[in-house]
Design a protein around this ligand. Structure first.
Ligand code: FDP
Length: 314
């Protein structure tokens, strides 16, 4: 493994494949991550060209159009099958486990276009991917061998970790991903908060927590898209995102396998923390593919304060 540069510093013109090679990653894992990166080029192209396909309608040429999330799912799925290293896949879009090759080395759970309703109003969206070894998708998040997301914002960026830090890449004019920040780090506490869910449904513990952040002068920064909201914490190196347990919904909204596990893996790798308020996200034993959990994720001390208040007030 080559020496990783100082936190937050940059090595220019290192592309994704070279970076993985320099970190001496498993060849098959490198291949898989690069296939996903390649798929994202087609996804971003569909988003940029404004093919806001509403399923069942036709485009300019009279061809049937697919909704963007359905299209993104097909693009990604094809590449995963093509990679030759995948045993099982599970997409948030189709919600079914697909067995690809019993000899495949990895299982992949993914949300091909998270926050897809935001595309219509031209806000940022993203792809989230979780990779485990073997064919079993129902493993606790700590067993992930890699996690990544791609953010389709004013720029397209890819953030990945294979358990050796978190690294950010930016798509250039040639649609190649080049390294922009190596070894991203999150500070122990922050100054911004991104609260999901309806506040009048917060429990006493969460309400007290959010009020305490406001009293400390934290600023509200919430986009409504999980990928851009997490990326903000990651790249500013500060902040807390929550989508808590609600009075009428104790499991919250976000899905464990497609959303929480990969983001918790990345945030922990950057020195942050991810909790349900009671338990580390990465230690949850999944019971089914549709599992959901509340989440407090971001700066370590800010997550710990949430855990204290939830332990005391629920
Ligand atoms: P969306 O439903 O628009 O796809 O899990 C999906 C997600 O967006 C996240 O990206 C976002 O953080 C959250 O849901 C927003 O939930 P609310 O609609 O309850 O605000």
């Amino acid at each position: 493994m080559t020496a990783v540069s100082e936190p937050g510093t940059t090595k220019l013109q290192v592309d994704l494949r070279r970076h993985l090679r320099e970190l001496d990653e498993d060849r098959d894992l490198t291949r898989l991550i690069c296939e996903i990166a390649d798929a994202s080029k087609y996804i971003v192209n569909s988003i940029r060209t404004g093919d806001l396909g509403v399923a069942g309608t036709s485009n300019l040429y009279g061809e049937d159009q697919l909704a963007l999330d359905v299209l993104s799912d097909r693009i990604l799925r094809k590449r995963l099958i093509h990679s030759g290293v995948v045993a099982t896949i599970l997409s948030e879009e189709t919600n079914e486990v697909i067995e690809i090759d019993p000899k495949g080395k990895f299982s992949v759970a993914f949300d091909p276009l998270d926050g897809s309703s935001l595309v219509d109003v031209n806000l940022a969206v993203g792809t989230i991917v979780s990779i485990c070894r073997g064919g079993n998708l129902l493993q606790p998040g700590r067993e992930q061998v890699a996690a990544m997301y791609i953010l389709y914002g004013p720029r397209t960026t890819l953030v990945y970790s294979t358990g050796r830090g978190v690294h950010e890449f930016q798509m250039n004019q040639l649609m190649e991903y080049t390294l922009t920040t190596e070894n991203v780090r999150i500070k122990p506490s922050g100054r911004i908060y991104s609260p999901g869910g309806q506040r009048n449904l917060y429990t006493e513990g969460t309400e007290k927590y959010v009020s305490s952040l406001e009293e400390k002068g934290y600023k509200l920064r919430y986009s409504g898209g999980f990928v851009p909201d997490i990326n903000q914490v990651m790249m500013k190196g500060t902040g807390i995102f929550l989508y808590p347990h609600l009075r009428d919904n104790p499991q919250g909204k976000l899905r464990l396998l497609f959303e929480l596990n990969p983001m918790a893996f990345l945030i922990e790798q950057a020195g942050g923390k991810a909790s349900t308020g009671k338990q580390r996200i990465l230690d949850i034993e999944p019971q089914g593919i549709d599992d959901r959990a509340p989440v407090f994720i971001g700066c370590r001390e800010d997550v710990e304060t949430a855990e204290e208040l939830i332990a005391r007030y629920g």
